[in-house]
Design a protein around this ligand. Structure first.
Ligand code: PHE
Length: 464
């Protein structure tokens, strides 16, 4: 890859759009957004999140793709290539963040493998509603958690080792449209259910008295997480984009697709919860684990009790959850691998093996922190850092999404806004009103907003 002449590339503009969308759309949309939105009581949180996507996420996405395309290098090599070797730390930080995210993300992604098998069983033998403890017992079973996570990591490595256009692009071209079609079908079913109105109210009726500084940081952090920003994924993917394409349009399409899928996932899941009285009770009582497992516990109920064709959609849906996660883990691992290739001069194979080994070791602590090991499950860090969350997996997730990604994003905006030669940005983005608006956002609005939110959290602020 390193010498430019043999650098792999997307075969077309759509190839890149779908791969970038594949990176963005993942467990962040289907698993994490619904459960943090539920825990933060909807409305106001959703509004803050949408504002973060539009005002901070979009300009950062444009900045990252621009840096990648210009430098044609992975993040830690891109800044030196553009003439600022001191900024390479942003790329290293990104690669480290990638390792941290992969270590918990692959464990959660492993759950989709289990749900798939479970659904196939139900489709063949008839549905039997699992007991409310079943999911917790699965989480607390160490070998399953380690094994499924490792299997998922291995799938990722097998694709990443083969490079860009042959593997990643081909797969996402088919998978993303199918995922979209299934989400729309689920929406149609949800609209006919009793709880749909209540679900929309919960999602879109803001109540700002429920919103603390930590919730705002969580919305900001999630905007970065869900758009795959702040750790160099879009710099890396952008490095394979050809000159002629409009990176403004690409960024916009990816952000809109990602947001629509996240909102659809919430609308469907909350509708089921509000339509099934027993579910509604347990969820509102906030019983531990149940919100984290929402994607894997709530939806089967819909498939097998409310829906025509549910026994086909059920297994298919978890295949797609798995693929959505896979197109995200591929982009995460690709950052780490490309960094080792570009900076250490390692062969792709060696880089992939080393990165995968490291992630696997870290994932063990995560996998055992869901009940299997008391020490791992109850681990705590200072409250200001983790908002009181306990357990290795919650802490990895929280620190990566709410601290490392916003910080990475902050550095990117400071770099493109204040350090990078203006000429470069003009050549990449144009000189029209879009450029003008973007420039104001990355120079002033984004750094101030991110800095302010971080400041509020550190001093224990509350926005209610
Ligand atoms: N955006 C992915 C998701 O929503 C996660 C991700 C984060 C992927 C950062 C790459 C980089 O699931």
């Amino acid at each position: 890859m390193g010498d430019g002449t043999t650098r792999d590339a997307w075969s077309s503009r759509w190839g890149f759009v779908l791969a970038a969308a594949g990176s963005a759309v993942g467990l962040g949309n289907l698993w994490k957004f619904p459960y943090i939105t539920w825990n933060n009581r909807g409305g106001a949180f959703v509004l803050v999140y949408l504002a973060c996507i539009a005002v901070i996420g979009l300009p950062v996405m444009l900045s990252e793709i621009m840096l990648g395309r210009r430098a044609r290098q992975s993040p830690a090599a891109a800044f030196p290539e553009l003439g600022n070797p001191k900024w390479a730390f942003v790329g290293w930080l990104g690669a480290a963040t990638g390792v941290v995210i992969l270590a918990f993300y692959t464990v959660i992604a492993g759950w989709s493998l289990r749900s798939f098998v479970q659904c196939v069983g139900w489709s063949i033998n008839g549905y039997e509603a699992p007991s409310s403890e079943a999911f917790g017992a699965f989480l607390a079973h160490g070998p399953s958690q380690i094994g499924l996570g490792a299997a998922f990591l291995l799938f990722t490595a097998v694709i990443v080792v083969r490079g860009i256009s042959g593997g990643i692009e081909k797969a996402t071209r088919i998978l993303m449209p199918v995922l979209f079609a299934i989400m729309l079908y689920l929406l149609v079913v949800a609209i006919t259910m009793d709880g749909f109105g209540e679900a929309l109210g919960f999602l879109f009726r803001p109540d700002f008295s429920a919103l603390g500084a930590h919730a705002v940081l969580e919305a900001l952090g999630h905007a970065f997480f869900t758009l795959s920003l702040g750790m160099g994924a879009m710099i890396t993917y952008g490095s394979y984009v050809s000159r002629g394409d409009s990176i403004v349009n690409i960024s916009l399409i990816v952000a809109v697709l990602d947001t629509v899928i996240a909102l659809l996932a919430c609308a469907v899941m909350f509708t089921i919860i509000f339509s099934v009285p027993s579910l509604k009770e347990t969820m509102q009582a906030g019983e531990g684990g149940s919100t984290v497992g929402m994607l894997f516990v709530t939806l089967p109920n819909l498939f097998y009790t409310q829906m025509t064709g549910g026994s086909v959609i059920g297994p298919l849906f978890y295949v797609l959850v798995g693929f959505a996660a896979l197109s995200s883990t591929i982009s995460l691992l690709e950052v780490v691998v490309a960094t080792c290739v570009d900076r250490f001069g390692w062969a792709r194979r060696k880089a992939t093996a080393a990165a995968t080994g490291l992630v696997f070791l870290l994932s063990i602590g995560n996998a055992l922190s869901l009940g299997a090991s008391k020490a791992m499950s109850e681990l705590k860090l200072p409250k200001v850092l983790t908002a009181g969350k306990a357990g290795v997996l919650s802490i990895f997730d929280h620190v990566a999404a709410n601290w490392l990604l916003p910080l990475g994003g902050l550095f990117v905006t400071l770099y493109v806004g204040w350090v990078l030669d203006e000429k470069v940005a003009k050549e990449e983005i144009g000189t029209g009103p879009v450029y003008q608006g973007w420039r104001i956002l990355v120079r002033f609005v984004c750094p101030v907003a991110i800095g302010w939110i971080i400041y509020e959290v550190l001093r224990g602020g509350d926005f209610s």
